[in-house]
Design a protein around this ligand. Structure first.
Ligand SMILES: [Zn+2]
Ligand SMILES: [Zn+2]
Ligand SMILES: [Zn+2]
Length: 503
C-alpha cells in the first residue's frame, strides 16, 4: 500500500490529491485545464503564471511572465510560445483577464463604480477617493476576490445609495465584523471619515452593548457610570496609552464582573441599593476568585452612593499558599509525638508551626531566645516581649536543651546557637532545616503563612508583631487575609442561615 504524496503547501488552500501529473509543479492533481506549450497545467500553476510579472529571463523585456524555461525561470509568453493573449482589451496592460477580456483592475473599476454609483452627478467625491484607493493597490487579485464577497458588496451598495451615511455613527450601528472594520479603516484612510481612537471607540460600543443586557434600570445606570466615569474617562485621559490594549482588557473584565454581580443581586429580587456586605461576602465565597474583580465597581458604586458602603478585599495572591488550621494542628501533633525525628528538628518545626518563625531566623536563634522564668515556665523571647511556650511543646524544648548539654564533644556546650551546626561555633544551615522540613512533608511557606494567620487571629496584629518580630505591614496582610477569607466567610454563612426559610 502506498501513501499519496503529501501535498506541497504553496499559494492558496491545500488541494486534494488526484491522478493527473501537472508538468509544471509535478503534483498529482485531480485535473489539469490550461494548455501551455509544456502541456496542460493545473489551476494553481496557471493562477501563479498570470500573476507573475518582471523582466523576462530570455528576452529581458519587463512584462507578464506566464512561461517557464527548462530550468524553471519565468519567461514571457512570446519567448515561451504561449499563444494565449493576456492583454487587457480596455487598458492594454498584460494580466489575469477576468471578464470580457478585461484585467482584474479594469473589472474592479467597473464594479466599484457601479456599486458606489459614481456615475451620478451628485456622487460624493469621498467615494471616488475610496474607489481610487482600492484600484491603486498592487494586488488587484485580492480586491477582485473581496468584491466577490456579499458583505463588502452590500456595504458598497449602501454607501452608493446613501443608505449608509459617511459617519462613524452609522458604522457604529452595524455589527462590527471584519468587513465593517476594513471598510471603516479604508474610509478613514481616504479622509472620508474622521480619524479617531478606534480601540477606544470600539470599547465604548462594547460598553453600550454589554450594559444593555442589564434589566434593572438602576443597576444598569450604576454599571454605566462605572464603565464611563471610571474606565472610559481614564482611558481617554491617555494615562494608560502605553498599554491601552491591556488596559481595555482589564476594564472589560471589571465591567463584565460588575454586570454579573448586579445580575446576581437582582436575581435575588433585591435592588442594588439594598445589597449588604453579607451579600457581597456570599458572592465572593460562592464563586471563582475572579469575583474579587468586582472590587473596583463596588468602591466606585459606594462612593457614588449607588450602594451602601461596601468593602471587597483584593484577590488573595495566588502565590501565597497556606495550610489550613486543621493541617497545622495535625502537623503540630505529629511533631510533638514523633520519636523518630530528633528533638532539635522537632523544636525547629514547632517554632515554625506554632510561632510562625521563618526558617532563616530559626537557624540563627541564639540559645538565649529560650528563657526559663522563676516559676519555671519557658518563654520565647524573639525581640523584647516574652511569649509563653505552652505544654507539651515546653517539655520538648527542655528535652532538646538537655540533649544539647549532654553532648560530650565540648563543641556544642560552648556553641551560642539554639541549633548548633556540625562545625565548631556554627549554627545549622537553612538548607539543612529546609531538607528536614521537606522530608517531613511540610511546605515551609504554607506552614508559616498558616501559622501566622492563626496567631493574628488569636491576638491583635501589633502584639504579634512586637512579640515575634514581624513588621506591621506583613502582619497587616495576614489580618486582611483572615478578615476576608475566614471571618467574612463566617459572616456570609450566618447571612445564609438567617435568610434560609424556617420550617
Ligand atoms: Zn501545477
Ligand atoms: Zn521574453
Ligand atoms: Zn485592464
Amino acid at each position: 500500500m502506498t501513501e499519496p504524496p503529501a501535498p506541497r503547501r504553496g499559494r492558496g488552500r491545500p488541494r486534494a490529491a488526484g491522478a493527473v501529473d501537472c508538468p509544471r509543479c509535478h503534483e498529482m492533481v485531480p485535473r489539469v485545464k490550461y494548455s501551455f506549450p509544456e502541456g496542460r497545467i493545473c489551476g494553481r500553476c496557471f493562477d501563479e503564471a498570470i500573476h507573475t510579472s518582471g523582466r523576462c529571463a530570455r528576452c529581458g523585456i519587463a512584462r507578464l511572465l506566464p512561461g517557464r524555461d527548462s530550468r524553471g525561470a519565468a519567461i514571457c509568453g512570446d519567448c515561451a510560445g504561449i499563444r494565449m493573449s493576456f492583454r487587457c482589451g480596455t487598458c492594454g496592460e498584460e494580466g489575469a483577464l477576468k471578464r470580457a477580456g478585461q484585467c482584474e483592475r479594469c473589472v474592479n473599476r467597473v464594479d466599484l463604480s457601479e456599486y458606489l454609483r459614481l456615475d451620478r452627478p451628485a456622487a460624493d467625491p469621498a467615494l471616488d477617493r475610496l474607489r481610487d484607493r482600492l484600484l491603486s493597490a498592487d494586488r488587484q487579485a485580492s480586491i477582485y476576490q473581496w468584491l466577490r464577497l456579499k458583505r463588502p458588496r452590500d456595504l458598497l451598495h449602501a454607501l452608493g445609495s446613501g443608505e449608509l451615511p459617511l459617519t462613524h455613527e452609522s458604522f457604529d450601528a452595524l455589527p462590527q465584523d471584519a468587513a465593517v472594520r476594513h471598510m471603516r479603516a479604508l474610509l478613514v484612510d481616504v479622509d472620508a471619515l474622521p480619524r479617531r481612537d478606534e480601540p477606544l471607540a470600539q470599547f465604548e460600543m462594547w460598553i453600550t452593548s454589554k450594559i444593555a443586557s442589564i434589566d434593572d434600570k438602576t443597576a444598569r445606570d450604576a454599571v454605566d457610570r462605572f464603565a464611563r466615569w471610571h474606565h472610559l474617562k481614564r482611558l481617554r485621559a491617555g494615562t494608560e496609552r502605553w498599554d491601552s490594549q491591556r488596559s481595555v482588557h482589564n476594564a472589560k473584565q471589571e465591567i463584565t464582573v460588575a454586570v454579573d454581580f448586579v445580575g446576581w443581586i437582582s436575581s435575588r429580587g433585591m435592588p442594588l441599593a439594598q445589597c449588604s456586605q453579607a451579600d457581597v461576602d456570599e458572592w465572593l465565597v460562592t464563586g471563582a476568585t475572579t469575583r474579587y474583580t468586582v472590587r473596583q465597581f463596588l468602591l466606585f458604586a459606594s462612593r457614588a452612593q449607588d450602594t451602601v458602603p461596601l468593602d471587597v478585599p483584593r484577590r488573595p495572591a495566588r502565590s501565597t499558599r497556606r495550610i489550613s488550621q486543621e493541617e497545622r494542628l495535625a502537623a503540630i501533633g505529629s511533631f510533638l509525638q514523633d520519636e523518630t525525628v530528633t528533638p532539635a528538628d522537632r523544636v525547629a518545626m514547632l517554632l515554625l508551626l506554632v510561632f510562625a518563625q521563618p526558617v532563616a531566623r530559626i537557624v540563627e536563634f541564639p540559645l538565649t531566645v529560650i528563657r526559663e522564668l522563676d516559676d519555671s515556665r519557658l518563654v520565647l523571647e524573639v525581640v523584647s516581649d516574652q511569649v509563653p511556650i505552652p505544654e507539651p511543646f515546653a517539655s520538648l524544648v527542655r528535652d532538646h536543651l538537655a540533649a544539647r548539654s549532654r553532648d560530650r564533644t565540648g563543641n556544642v556546650a560552648r556553641n551560642p546557637f539554639l541549633f548548633p551546626g556540625t562545625r565548631a561555633g556554627s549554627h545549622v544551615t537553612q538548607n539543612h532545616l529546609r531538607t528536614v522540613i521537606a522530608g517531613l512533608g511540610v511546605n515551609v511557606l504554607a506552614a508559616k503563612n498558616g501559622a501566622l494567620d492563626e496567631l493574628v487571629a488569636a491576638m491583635p496584629a501589633p502584639m504579634v508583631a512586637d512579640a515575634l518580630g514581624f513588621s506591621y505591614t506583613a502582619l497587616g496582610q495576614h489580618e486582611r487575609y483572615r478578615g476576608s477569607q475566614y471571618e467574612r466567610y463566617v459572616s456570609a454563612r450566618q447571612g445564609l442561615e438567617a435568610r434560609r426559610p424556617r420550617r
